[in-house]
Design a protein around this ligand. Sequence first.
Ligand code: F6R
Length: 260
Amino acid sequence: MEIVIFPDAAAASRFAADVVEDLLRRRPTAVLGLATGSTPEPLYAELIRRHREDGLRFAGARTFNLDEYVGLPVDHPESYHAYMRRRLFDHVDLDPANVHIPDGLAADPAAECEAYEDAIQDAGGLDLQVLGIGSDGHIGFNEPSSSLGSRTRIKTLTPETVADNARFFDSPDEVPRHVLTMGVGTILEAREVILLAFGAGKAPAVRRAVEGPLTASCPASALQLHPRARVILDEGAAGELERAGYYRWVFENKPEWQRP
Ligand code: F6R
């Protein structure tokens, strides 16, 4: 994995936006895997800015979100459908027909998950998957003990994730307990992955993902198997890495042709 450490979340998000922009300019029909939560908010804000000011276009792109809560209507403000419209889709020229988010109200969740996998395949697979990381080491909502070969399916959130996400709801009781999420195996098939993490609260999970053993107890550690995975951090999230100095040295000495 390539570990890239920035002074703050804003600089890290600009770098992540460079990765997305570089892909879209090379391949305007790119298939983007997207995440929700607090972490990608500055990335999406930067992409909107580049769309408005620099002519970055999304018209040919296709998107697949990682996950959605089970049981929340799409117009619930905390549904990931609503989040994506608010944070990105309503502000760029993406074609709504090219947007995919699992349907958390599907009458048959298993069939919905299978159809979601098929749709990713039909689109030619994910070119770039954007990820955050849970404080318990999840990616998507692949909670600890998730199979590292898992596909899109229904999962039960850990109490830790329910507590983490309670900040978006009026009370922890309102946080849905179940989600539909891409699997670890689905994520690993993306041609390129960027994982973003900001703040000291993420530092233990980042250390386990990057320097810990490959284990289902920290699903993000599965990214160690990915040939093109980048972990983009601010100082806080990098705070517990043993080899932070080495990662910085590698990045500083990276040949120009390998950027962004
Ligand atoms: C969101 C997702 C989750 C979040 C993770 C971090 O679509 O799949 O894995 O990326 O829970 O959430 P934040 O960014 O809110 O700390």
